[in-house]
Design a protein. Structure first.
Length: 157
């Protein structure tokens, strides 16, 4: 019985945390006229060059929805489509300098918005929480870090 209660408490805590973080992301994204999914795309593209199909699969979107999402980001100058250098039939999605600048600005705002939560934990718990969250990633059968990384990976801030 104790295992079930602990499991329920854990699930509840994960769900509450997810809702809180999603709320922060949605609010900050809206300030920049970005949907939650557009925000996810920019975050993923900061350090990788995925194929359209990989990005769609990771985000759980069908091909036409992914195309529309990338079309809108292209019109804003945030991303471009580029032929994959290894497979000319495949199309990669690449962040532009303007997209990278916006992604970094949004990331800084997210970090600031989450500071009250992380500060309450104290520095001694930061690394441990990051380790635990990293260990939990990839549970939905998807790569834990997103689409495959191509080219040099940028260090995360």
């Amino acid at each position: 019985m104790r295992g079930i209660m602990t499991s329920d408490a854990l699930v509840d805590a994960l769900v509450r945390s997810t809702f809180q973080v999603a709320g922060v992301l949605t609010r900050i994204g809206a300030r920049h006229d970005l949907s939650f999914t557009q925000l996810r795309v920019l975050g993923l593209l900061r350090d990788r060059r995925p194929r359209m199909t990989e990005l769609a699969r990771f985000l759980g979107l069908d091909k036409s929805t992914m195309s529309g999402l990338i079309d809108r980001a292209e019109r804003r100058g945030l991303v471009v489509r580029d032929r994959n250098p290894e497979d000319r039939r495949a199309v990669d999605v690449v962040i532009t300098p303007a997209g990278r600048e916006l992604a970094e600005q949004v990331y800084d705002e997210i970090r600031s918005a989450l500071e009250p939560v992380t500060d309450r934990l104290g520095p001694e718990h930061h690394d441990r929480l990051a380790e635990l969250l990293d260990a939990a990633h990839g549970f939905a059968g998807l790569p834990p870090d997103g689409p495959e990384v191509r080219g040099p990976r940028r260090a995360s801030s």
